[in-house]
Every structure is written in structure tokens, then in C-alpha cells.
Design a binder for this molecule. Structure first.
Ligand SMILES: [Zn+2]
Length: 742
């Protein structure tokens, strides 16, 4: 080391490095070397000896000129900090942070600065084993320098997928203010303060495959943090972000929420039952190109309560929430925010009051689907003054839905509308919901509003969106909305849509790259803080086994598919499997109910106890177990392990053999599997079996074990013995005799 003068960590006095010397910051975990000639830097992870390349930042001025920011004079070195100034007066600082070891990289903008790409073509990766980015796009993706096609993506803060092809295209923002880079198995976490920061990813494609990242800061955003983590991957990256999320007030766990709202416990293991009651598709819209409006009733209020009672009494579904969509005046979803009286076609207020009572009497949560962001010209409250205005003064359009062209209500106004006496206060008085859903709130991007009546910055918009969620949650106890990102976690209890990235619903529309590899980054940070569900349009039919594997793997609950009216009483109204679906009908086997109900019963028996057990546990690991990524495993807490097999080849793990669509959940108090073999028992007819301790003791010593058999050979190993199961359920108590194993 020839630059000992610049070893500044232990130096109190300021020194100046001459151009020939390399200013350096260093501790046990990292070393940062700055190149005074061009402002580039190299960050060495001393635990792995891997270096990260950081070219000079790029400054964009208000007149749109851009240039690379290199030091115009000396680099000052003092007290664990390197500082220099670029030609335009922008000052850059690199500061060593001791615990955890990191570099804070910041700038003080010059007078003409519009934006600084503090990371610019940075952290380059070329093809190689364990070379990839971990990007917080929705739940998360693993992006490697693979594929022939080049692409460039800009990811703004907390901007989702929109579920619509708007005039601006499909946005692909980040759900968490972080990303990770992994090079030869050495991990680096990058974090920043949203919302004025855009993440960029550029890929050159064939033949010189190269992936780089950028981070553009503007307005109040002035710093990022680079945290080398030593050996690791996306799991370690997510774990290193968790304390940062906690510091920012984003990680509010279920345990903490439950202290304020004890009813949250009733959401653990709760299925999302969401019937669409009355839908009205306006004439000449994409879903109804005819001349006449189409009105359809799938359930009256009375029938919706019948559905809940059927699931509770016949299928044993003791935890669920019934959230009614299309209950409002005019049906789904046209007259928002003028929702009352409840649709007379369905029985009106009087029948909805009865429905609410019947559902709550089951021990279920009862909720309604509402919306304070979308408005249509048909709405009695329609007024241009409610709408977000773009910079040019025009009204901001939403998507084109069943109600035709939708317009976006400014978030400040939406909160006021929700509080009108005829909205939430009256809904509460009439129907007393115990859970509530406000559509699109957690999905829409952050908007700047230029209306002179209610101007909003992006930060203001975030504030009012949070306020609306907090208000609705305060009124009803539990709250959820569509899609979701990390700012929603402290003010929401469920995010309906994020799981649809894992299930692959419409993935052709919302993929980030040529081939997204979904990884549970969001789950690794927030699993014990918020429940994820699939989108209301993504409900699994009985021929969809992979949806269930996705939910087993992440320990989340489904949004179930079902028929209309009293479908379970009429075999003709049951699911009719399409040709060739037989192998995919695996979870609908059992023959004790119709196909829809048998599928719900079998999967609920696995997922609900699993989710109850893990709702307070962080996800602590995720791995792909085969090179083709057809087998995945997760861990929750310290001793709950899950393996799922999507692929056609049987997979052996410990003493289990999993066929295609097989899974294994193992923990001290819960075991569930669909397997060819488990613990020495071979199943010639592969079995779905759940063993659950009901006295809190481990299965090995429990005096009260419930065994559920969905289908397949009726026997299972318990306490070293083979237990026969004749029907679908068996309780093994201390007094039960079990046949000794042969
Ligand atoms: Zn506004």
C-alpha cells in the first residue's frame, strides 16, 4: 500500500491527495478506491476479494446537458470521508459506515442540476455462475446476463404494473427501495431513500452479454448506500435489507399489528372468498362491444351468505373473509363513489345487512370491495374538479374497464369522498364490515397533480394514499388493496395481486425481461408483516395445480375460484374439465364433493394450517434445488421446511419422493405432503395427507393429532407406527391404538 497518507479512517486531520495518489477508505470488510483523474471508483469486498466497478456519476443539468462528473480539483480526505467537487459545483462525498460495514455515497447538487445518476453503467456483470441482479420488481426477480435480446428498463419508485395498457405503456417500478447485485457468489446491497430515485437496468444482449445498473436521483434524493455482504445471494441481500426496512418504519410485523387489532389473528390461514355479485358491462366497451349494456347477477346477497355457510359447514372452512365485489348501486364498478343504496337487484341494504350478520356468525370476516380512486362519467358525483390533472392541465385517464373510460380521482380528494357521510360512515353504520378492500389504491403509481384546486407532489400523493388506507383500516380493523409495495405494509393487512407474479398470471404482459425468474425478495423481507394474495382475476380452477404449489411454497392463502349461485347443488354447474386436463386435476381428487369443492377442501386443509403456523414467522430461506428450477424450497423460522416439485421428474428429498406437483411441508407440529413415498411408506396411489398436532406438542409426542387424507393410499407413519386412515379424517389421541409397523 503506497498511499498510507490517504488511509483516512484513523486520521482526524484533513489531507489532500495529489492526482498520483489513490484516495481510499477502508475497514475490515471493504475497501473503496477513488480514481481522482475521472471520478470512477472500485469497491472491494474484502471477505470475498470481489471488486465492484463504479464509473463516474453522470450529471444532467436543467438545460438537459449531461456530463460525467470528475473531480475538478483535489480530493479531500478526512474523518472516514472522501470529497470532491465537479465542474458545475456539485460536491460528491463517500463516507465509511462502520456497522454494518457500508459506504454512503452522496452529493450536494450544484445550482443547475436536474438529476444525478449517482450510479451510471455501474456494477457490470457478465455471464458466469452466480452472477445476477436481485431486483425488487413486484415480489422479486433474479436477472442474469442471459438471452440474446438487449433491453433497457427504468424502474421508478413504487410504480406497479397498472393492469392496463395505458398511453404511457406498462410501468415496471420497484416495490422496495433496494436492489442487490451478486458476482461470483459475492453479494452487494444497494439502498436509497424513495421516492425521487429511479433504478435503471441495461442489458446489451448478444454477443457481448453485459448487465449494468444505474440509479438516478433528483429533488430531495441525495444519497445511496452500498453494503458489501461477503458470500451470499438474494436471501442474504433481503435479510440485510430487513433492518433497514424496520428503521424506515416499513416493517411493521403481524405481531405488532395484532397488539392494535386482535382480529388480525382471524386472517392467519384465511381464504379470500370474493364473489362478483352484480356486474354491468356498458355497451361499446372492450368487454362488451355490443349496443346494449349487459347486466349479470352471479349471487344475490342471500346467495352470497349461503355460499359462506356452505364452505363453513360442509367444507370445514373455519377461517376466511368474504369480500363482496359488485355490491354497489349499479353493480361492478360503475357509480363509484356513489355506492349506496346497495344494489336493489341483489336485495338492497336490507338483505346486505342480513348477509353481513350471517357471515360474521360463522366466525368469518365480512368485507366489501370499494374504490376511491376510479370514477366514470356515469357517476352521479362526476366532476372534473375531482380528477388528477397532468402538467399540461389535462385530466388524467385511467384504464378502460366495464364502466368504460375511467378517470383518476386525486388522492387528496379521494380521502374526502371516502369520509362523506353517505360513504364510509354510512357503510359502517349499515353493514359493520370487519375487513375492507379499496381497489387500485396499492397498485396505482404515485402521481403529481397539477390541479390548482388540489396540487400534489409525489410525496403528497404517497401521504394521502397512506392516509386513505389508514382511515379505512381504522374504521374496519383490517384492510387490503390491489397489488402492493412496501409503503403499504404498515397500513395494509393484505396485498391482493402480488402473488400473481409467482402464479404467472398474464406474465406475458407484465414480464420484466425475456424470461423472468421470480424470487421471493418481498417475502423474505415482509412475510411476517403482510399477507399476499393473487389478483381477483387470478383464481385457480380445479385443473391448476401449480397455483397451489406457489402458495404452499410461500405459505400464502388462495383467492378461490367457484361457480355462481348454488353451484354446489347442481352437478351441471360444477367445473367441466377441458380435454387433456386429467393430469392437472390432481388436487381435485377424492370424490367426496364436486370438483370445485374437492379442490378447495384438499388445498385448504394444507394451506390454512400452514399459513396459521407461519404468519408470525419470517421466511428465512429460498432455494432452487434443480438446475432447471423446477424444484424449489423455502424455510420459515428455524424449523419449518417446504419443498415443491413443478417438474415431470420425481424428486427425492430426505425420506420423501415427490411426483410432479408433489410437495412436502415438514415442521415439528405440522406435516403435509402429496407424495409417492414418505417416511418408509410407499404410496402406489400417491397420497395427499396432512398431520397436525392440536395440543401444541410436537407430532412425535402429541396426544392429539388430526390426520387429513385428501386422496390416495390411506395410511401414514406416525410415532414409528403405520396408522391406517379409512375415510378422509382421523383423530389420533393418546388412547388410540395404532397398528405396529410391519
Ligand atoms: Zn390533486
Amino acid at each position: 500500500m503506497n498511499n498510507s497518507l490517504c488511509f483516512t479512517l484513523f486520521l482526524a486531520a484533513t489531507t489532500f491527495c495529489r492526482a498520483a495518489e489513490q484516495p481510499t477508505l477502508e475497514n475490515q470488510a471493504l475497501r473503496l478506491e477513488l480514481q481522482p483523474s475521472d471520478g470512477s471508483a472500485r469497491l472491494l469486498d474484502r471477505r470475498t476479494n470481489i471488486s465492484w466497478t463504479l464509473p463516474a456519476p453522470s450529471i444532467r443539468l436543467k438545460d438537459q446537458r449531461s456530463f460525467a462528473a470528475k473531480p475538478s480539483g483535489n480530493v479531500r480526505v478526512s474523518g472516514g470521508m472522501l470529497q470532491y467537487q465537479a465542474d458545475d459545483g456539485t460536491g460528491f462525498q463517500w463516507r465509511l459506515v462502520a456497522n454494518p460495514p457500508a459506504i454512503e455515497y452522496s452529493f450536494t447538487p450544484g445550482p443547475e442540476v436536474a438529476e444525478v445518476r449517482i450510479l451510471h453503467d455501474s456494477l457490470p456483470l457478465e455471464p458466469g455462475e452466480e452472477n445476477y441482479y436481485a431486483l425488487p420488481y413486484r415480489i422479486g426477480i433474479r436477472l442474469a446476463p442471459e438471452g440474446d435480446l438487449p433491453f433497457s428498463r427504468r424502474m421508478p419508485a413504487y410504480t406497479g404494473i397498472g393492469y392496463s395498457r395505458t398511453k404511457k405503456g406498462i410501468p415496471t417500478g420497484y416495490s422496495m427501495a433496494m436492489f442487490g447485485a451478486v458476482q461470483k457468489g459475492s453479494a452487494l446491497l444497494v439502498t436509497w431513500e424513495p421516492p425521487f430515485a429511479d433504478l435503471y437496468v441495461d442489458y446489451s444482449g448478444a454477443p457481448h452479454r453485459r448487465l449494468t445498473a444505474g440509479l438516478a436521483l433528483r429533488n430531495t434524493a441525495h444519497w445511496i448506500r452500498l453494503q458489501p455482504l461477503g458470500r451470499g445471494g438474494y436471501v442474504e441481500i433481503a435479510k440485510a435489507y430487513r433492518p433497514i426496512a424496520r428503521e424506515r418504519g416499513l416493517l411493521k410485523t403481524h405481531a405488532e399489528k395484532m397488539r392494535e387489532t386482535p382480529s388480525l389473528e382471524r386472517m392467519f390461514g384465511a381464504a379470500d372468498i370474493k364473489p362478483f355479485l352484480l356486474s354491468r358491462q356498458l355497451a361499446k366497451t372492450p368487454s362488451n362491444p355490443t349496443d346494449k349494456d349487459v347486466l349479470r347477477v352471479s349471487f344475490t346477497f342471500e346467495e352470497a351468505a349461503d355460499l359462506a355457510e356452505h364452505y363453513r359447514k360442509d367444507l370445514g372452512m373455519d377461517r376466511a373473509f368474504l369480500v363482496l365485489a359488485g355490491w354497489i348501486n349499479g353493480g361492478y364498478d360503475i357509480r363509484h363513489p356513489d355506492i349506496l343504496p346497495a344494489a336493489p337487484e341483489l336485495g338492497g341494504n336490507e338483505e346486505l345487512i342480513k348477509c353481513s350478520k350471517r357471515v360474521k356468525d360463522l366466525g368469518w370476516l365480512f368485507g366489501l370491495h370499494d374504490n376511491y380512486q376510479d370514477i366514470y362519467r356515469d357517476s352521479p358525483s362526476w366532476d372534473e374538479d375531482l380528477i388528477v390533472r397532468d402538467a399540461d392541465g389535462s385530466l388524467h385517464q385511467g384504464g378502460v374497464w366495464a364502466g368504460g373510460q375511467c378517470w383518476l380521482i386525486c388522492s387528496k380528494v379521494g380521502l374526502e369522498l371516502a369520509k362523506r357521510p353517505q360513504n364510509i360512515p354510512r357503510v359502517r353504520e349499515l353493514f359493520s364490515p370487519t375487513i375492507y378492500f379499496s381497489d387500485t389504491l396499492f397498485n396505482a403509481p404515485l402521481y403529481e397533480c397539477f390541479s390548482p384546486k388540489h396540487p400534489l407532489s409525489i410525496e403528497d400523493d404517497l401521504h394521502y394514499k397512506r392516509e386513505l388506507a389508514a382511515y379505512l383500516r381504522g374504521q374496519f380493523g383490517l384492510f387490503g388493496s390491489e397489488e402492493g409495495r412496501e409503503w403499504c405494509v404498515p397500513v395494509g393487512d393484505y396485498l391482493e395481486g402480488l402473488m400473481s407474479q409467482k402464479t404467472g398470471w398474464q406474465s406475458n404482459l407484465y414480464a420484466f425481461s425475456e424470461k423472468d425468474v421470480v424470487i421471493p425478495l418481498f417475502e423474505l423481507v415482509y412475510h411476517d408483516a403482510v399477507a399476499l394474495y393473487s389478483h381477483q382475476g387470478d383464481k385457480p380452477r380445479p385443473d391448476n395445480p401449480t397455483y397451489i404449489l406457489d402458495h404452499v411454497l410461500y405459505a400464502e392463502m388462495p383467492v378461490y375460484y367457484f361457480g355462481a349461485h348454488g353451484y354446489w347443488k347442481d352437478p351441471a354447474a360444477d367445473f367441466q374439465p377441458p380435454a387433456g386436463a386429467e393430469s392437472r386435476m390432481v388436487f381435485a381428487r377424492g370424490g367426496r364433493f364436486g370438483l370445485i369443492d374437492q379442490y378447495i377442501k384438499n388445498t385448504y386443509e394444507v394451506l390454512s394450517p400452514l399459513q396459521r403456523l407461519t404468519a408470525l414467522m419470517p421466511m428465512t430461506d429460498h432455494r432452487f434445488l434443480t438446475a432447471d428450477r423446477k424444484v424449489e424450497a423455502t424455510r420459515f423460522g428455524t424449523d419449518l421446511e417446504i419443498t415443491v416439485n413443478y417438474g415431470p421428474a420425481p424428486f427425492t428429498i430426505r425420506d420423501a419422493v415427490l411426483p410432479q406437483y408433489g410437495f412436502l411441508v415438514e415442521s415439528p407440529t405440522l406435516v403435509a405432503f402429496y407424495a409417492n413415498r414418505y417416511r418408509g411408506v410407499a404410496y402406489s396411489d400417491p397420497a395427499l395427507i396432512v398431520l397436525r398436532s392440536r395440543d401444541g406438542r410436537p407430532l412425535a409426542t402429541s396426544r392429539d393429532v388430526r390426520i387429513y387424507r385428501g386422496f390416495g393410499d390411506g395410511r401414514v407413519e406416525l410415532k414409528g407406527k403405520i396408522v391406517p386412515i379409512e375415510g378422509d379424517e382421523k383423530i389420533v389421541t393418546a388412547g388410540n391404538r395404532v397398528r405396529p409397523a410391519p
